[in-house]
Structure formats: C-alpha cells, structure tokens
Design a protein around this ligand. Structure first.
Ligand code: ATP
Ligand code: MG
Length: 504
C-alpha cells in the first residue's frame, strides 16, 4: 500500500500536508508524532473515514479510491479505532458478523447456531478461546480488541490499522496483543501501529514513520533508530528530560482523610490520608481498585461505607458535584465518558467545573471571562486548537486530554485526583504536565495521582501507596520506592503484611 502527496484540511487547520506512507505485506509499520501531528487523520483517510483533499493511494501498484469505510473494507483495509466500535449488548459472534449474518431458512431470523460456529472457528484460528455467545459488553477492553481484530480478519483484511491499541491495556494484555500482532505479521498482513509508547514501538515494529505538524518527516528501519532519535524527529528539537527531582512541599496538615472505605469485594478497608502540597501516587495493576477509590471519594459510585474528612471536618459527598463544592476535583481516566462534552467547544468544557466563578449579576455566565480563562489554559498547556471556539470532538486525542486537565486547573479545587493524566499524551506535553503538577503542589494544592506507568509514579510522587485486589498492600516514601518494590506490593494478594505479622 502506498499513499502519496496526501493533503487534508479541516477549515483552517492543515491536518495533513503532502504526506506519504508505505506499507509492505507482513510488516509492522509504526506511525509516531506529537499530539495533533496528523497520524489519526492520515489513517482515517486510508480507512475511508475522511475524504482526502489531494493525493493518491495505491494497493499492489493499482490506484484506488476509498470514498467510505465500506469501500475500505472491500479493499481489505480495516482500522481499529481507539474507541472501539463494537455493540456491547450483542454477542461476540453477532459483532463479528454484524450486517452480513447468514439467514436461517425462516425469513428474517438469523441463524445463530451458524454464526456461533463460524465465529468459534475464526477465534480458534487466532488461538483465542472464548465463548462466541458472550456479550461483548462483559469483556475486558483487551478482549473486545481481540474481537475487533477477529472481525477484521473475517473480512480478509490485508491492511490492519491500530490507533493506540495498548492505551487501555494492562501489561500482560499488551503482551497478548503483541503475540497476536506477530501471528498476523506471519500471515502476511500489513499492520500500521500508532502509539506514544516508544519502547513498544522499538520492540514490535519493523519500520517507523514520523510526522510533525501535519508533515511527513522521515521513515526509518526500527533497528536503525534509537528512542532518543525518534523523539527528536517528533518534536524537531531535543528535549532534555530534567533529572527527576522531587521538591517536597508537603506540610504536616492533613487535607483529606479516607477511612473505612468498603464496597463488596472490590474495596476492602481502604484507609489513607493526603497532606497539603503533597503528590500522593496511587500505584497498582489495572483492576486493583484505584479508579474505584477515586470514584468513591467523589461520590460517583455507591459504597458500603466511607468516612471522609476534608480539612478536619467530616463530610458526606453524594455526587461529583458535591465533591467540587468541597474542593475535590476528579479527572477521569475515561475522558470521553466522564470528562468532556465533545459536542461543546473548548471554552465551555474548560469552564464547565467552575461556572460559579464566572457568574455575573442575575445568574448570567460571563462568556468573555470563560473564554479568557480558557485561552490562558490553552496557552499554558499548549493545546493544539485553532481557537477556544473549536468543538472538542475535533481535537486530536491527546489535545482532548489537555482540555480535561485545563478544566480542573480552572476549577480552583484544592484537592485534585488525576486518573492516568498522561495517557495518550506525547513526550513533550508530558513533561509540561509534570511541571504543572509540581507547580500546583508548590502552591499548596494536594494531588492524588493514579498511574499505571511506574516511571511516572516514581518521578512525581512524594509518597506512594500501592493497591492489589481492592486493598492497600503497601506504602513507600519517595526515597525507598523502586519499581521492584512497587511491583512486589502490587502483586501481593491478601492485604498488607503488618509489622506485627512480620515479626511473628
Ligand atoms: N474532524 C475534525 N475537525 C477539525 N479538526 C480536526 C478534525 N480531526 C482532526 N482535526 C485536527 O487535525 C489535527 C491532526 O489531528 P489528528 O487527530 O490526526 O492528530 P494525531 O496525530 O492523531 O494526535 P494524537 O496523538 O493526539 O491522537 C489536529 O490539529 C486536530 O485538531
Ligand atoms: Mg490520534
């Protein structure tokens, strides 16, 4: 497959300018670049989601036209978007065969037995052994992804595009995906792999193409390029990763105390406190209960019991709105579902959690001030958008994440819970966000940071608590913490070994 001279503009934004990309069969070709570089756009053109303004696409030397996703499918090109496109209420088999189910002899009835059998064979051919009759909504994200891949292969796809496939996967799930990718490569399928995780790219790709600001920059053999070189091609400058130094501004004042937090088997007797000016890392494997703790604190989910003290006062928080009133903001890991209203513009999303601040007389929102505040944040976080009037839906994935962060920075809450704040964010923006968190702590704000990336936890946290299976299994100060010690606690079932038990 070959793309040449591809242009694509959205109003005033040139998302792709004279771009090129080439894919061989049996190759894993990584596509990298900063947030908003144009990666998703270029691949959506190939998948028939967007119409190109100029350029050509050829398959096996033949020029082709791809006006819509169906045309792409017929040509054997499939894109697996980061937001998966499955129907949660249908079964695995129904999802795989959606729109082309074999009909049963009785008109208008689908032959479930037949599609279940076919789905089972397809899954087995990929070494996947789960029940085709299961509802997709009950599967993990990783398994849903496997279903999407199976579906793609059932169309005999020769080109498979994966847009940030590991962003929501655990480490072992990512491993499973890499095995799958290797098998597909062996079958001669060409794979486009978009990711911000450069170590991953180093490991599984054959070639790398770099984009910057909508332009094609270079294509290299992965074996010939180091991660540092990838970064400097992506950003067009060298980023000096400042040595992790953790300025500790934490005062002894406790701003938040969580006691006796229980919910069924998911959360068991969670107790901890947060100090003023502290960045508290919350580590653990996916599914350990970290997000559940955050959601319990802000009243997003019901719990069996929780005693919360904010600034020395007992409080009852029944909803995230209550939480904001008590000065607690929660930045969700799932920005599409909880963090943003994507049909609204950037300014209104940024202002959303702090409307009271922008009230004029008679309860009217001061739009000018909302816009100004938004503009300030857009500048501070380098959000790539033509203006604060742009709809959030039209921003690239990473830039949407920055808008969620901007929202909570504007809200002036004293306690901030950040759940996977840098997921999907490029290297340059990551270090900006780290600087910002440090600055917030310096100003006396208190932060709980949930992250699955251990280097990030180690680099940022003054103190780290680790969870496993709904319990806190360990606590480490920044100078005793290492990746190994965190992993040890993160895999330690059955709760914390107390000093007493240890001596006994
Ligand atoms: N539907 C759209 N309408 C308007 N602008 C858009 C649209 N889709 C993308 N853009 C803009 O085009 C540019 C490229 O976006 P794209 O989504 O391709 O970036 P990306 O490289 O995938 O970034 P990320 O790593 O953050 O996902 C961005 O400036 C984005 O705001
Ligand atoms: Mg993208």
């Amino acid at each position: 497959m070959e793309m040449q001279g591809i242009d694509k503009a959205f109003d005033s934004v040139a998302a792709c300018v004279n771009c090129q990309f080439e894919l061989r069969s049996g190759e894993v070709h990584a596509l990298i670049g900063e947030n908003g570089a144009g990666k998703s756009t270029l691949m959506k053109i190939l998948a028939g989601v967007y119409k190109k303004d100029a350029g050509t696409i050829s398959l096996r030397g033949q020029q082709v036209d791809i006006p819509n996703p169906h045309a792409a499918q017929v040509l054997g090109i499939t894109m697996i978007h980061q937001e998966l496109n499955l129907m949660p209420h249908l079964t695995v088999a129904q999802n795989i065969f959606i729109g082309r189910e074999p009909r049963s002899p009785i008109p208008y009835l689908l032959d479930d037995a037949k599609i279940n059998q076919q789905a089972k064979e397809l899954l087995a051919s990929l070494n996947l052994h789960f029940n085709p009759k299961m509802r997709v909504g009950g599967l993990t994200v990783a398994r849903q992804q496997m279903v999407e891949i199976t579906k793609a292969l059932s169309y005999n796809s020769q080109v498979l595009i994966m847009d940030e496939p590991t962003a929501a996967l655990t480490e072992s799930e990512s491993e499973e995906l890499f095995h799958m990718i290797n098998r597909l490569r062996d079958k001669g399928i060409g794979i486009v792999y978009i990711s911000h995780r450069l170590e991953e790219i180093k490991r599984i790709s054959d070639r790398v193409t770099v984009m910057r600001d909508g332009h094609y920059i270079a294509t290299k053999l992965t074996a010939d390029i180091s991660i540092d070189e990838m970064i400097s091609l992506m950003v067009g400058r060298t980023i000096y990763e400042s040595k992790p130094e953790i300025p500790d501004h934490a005062s002894p004042d406790i701003v938040l105390e969580v006691r006796n937090l229980n919910r069924g088997r998911e959360l068991q007797d969670v107790n901890f406190s947060l100090k003023r000016g502290e960045i508290l890392g919350l580590a653990g494997l996916m599914g350990a209960g970290r997000t559940e703790v955050a959601r319990a604190i802000v009243g997003a989910d019901p719990v069996d019991s929780i005693d919360l003290t904010v600034n020395g006062r007992k409080v009852h928080i029944r909803s995230p709105k209550d939480a904001v009133q008590h000065g607690i903001g929660y930045l969700s890991e799932d920005r599409k579902r909880y963090g943003l209203i994507t049909g609204m513009d950037v300014a209104n999303n940024v202002g959303m959690a702090s409307l009271r601040k922008f009230l004029r007389a008679f309860g009217i929102i001061d739009d000018t001030r909302v816009s100004e505040a938004a503009q300030q944040q857009v500048k501070a976080l380098a959000v790539k958008t033509p203006s604060v009037k742009q709809k959030v839906r039209n921003l690239s994935g990473g830039n949407q994440q920055k808008v969620v962060i901007a929202k909570w920075l504007t809200a002036d809450t004293d306690i901030l819970i950040f759940d996977e704040p840098t997921r999907g964010i490029d290297v340059g923006a990551k270090s900006e966000i780290y600087k910002l968190l440090n600055e917030l702590a310096r100003q006396g704000k208190s932060i709980i940071m949930i992250s699955s990336e251990l280097p990030e936890i180690l680099r940022m946290s003054h103190r780290i608590i680790v969870m496993c299976e709904g319990r806190i299994t360990g606590e480490l100060s920044s100078n005793e913490a290492t990746q190994e010690r965190i992993m040890q606690y993160a895999t330690q079932r059955g709760g914390m070994v107390t000093a007493l038990e240890e001596s006994a």
